[in-house]
Design a binder for this molecule. Structure first.
Ligand code: 5GP
Ligand code: ZN
Length: 116
């Protein structure tokens, strides 16, 4: 999508610190990291979020999980532990409407959700 921030990162119109790229998946460092390791993994094909999964994007999700697990090993958090999450919609805290998964690690991440 022409005006989507993460599509612009896919097209290299906006710079990002890319840590993995293949035909289906791009992974790059979050611009405002919440943990020592904070990577965003996205399907290259546009999809606004988990509410709007298209067949193309759905096909990329297993690959994305595999890449996340490999990056966790490479970035040294596989043993200490890490989290993979996708915020969906307003209550989910989604700010960027191109499906993405946050890979977080490198410190104890606490309980699964805050109290709001
Ligand atoms: P959400 O709240 O939608 O799940 O998360 C969006 C994430 O995108 C946030 O963690 C935010 O820091 C990150 N982000 C927003 N704009 C940019 C950007 O231009 N570059 C990068 N690398 N990350 C961004
Ligand atoms: Zn997009």
């Amino acid at each position: 999508m022409s005006d989507c921030l993460f599509c612009k990162i896919v097209r290299k119109q906006i710079p990002a610190e890319v840590v993995h790229e293949d035909e289906q998946v791009l992974a790059f460092k979050d611009i405002s990291p919440r943990a020592p390791v904070h990577i965003l993994l996205i399907p290259k094909a546009h999809c606004s979020g988990l509410n709007e999964l298209t067949p193309d994007v759905q096909a990329a999700v297993p690959r994305l999980m595999e890449v996340a697990a490999r990056l966790a090993r490479e970035l040294g958090v596989a043993e200490s532990g890490w989290r993979l999450l996708s915020n969906c919609g307003a209550d989910g805290g989604q700010a960027v409407f191109h499906l993405h998964f946050h890979l977080l690690g490198g410190r104890p991440l606490g309980g699964m959700v805050g109290r709001g």
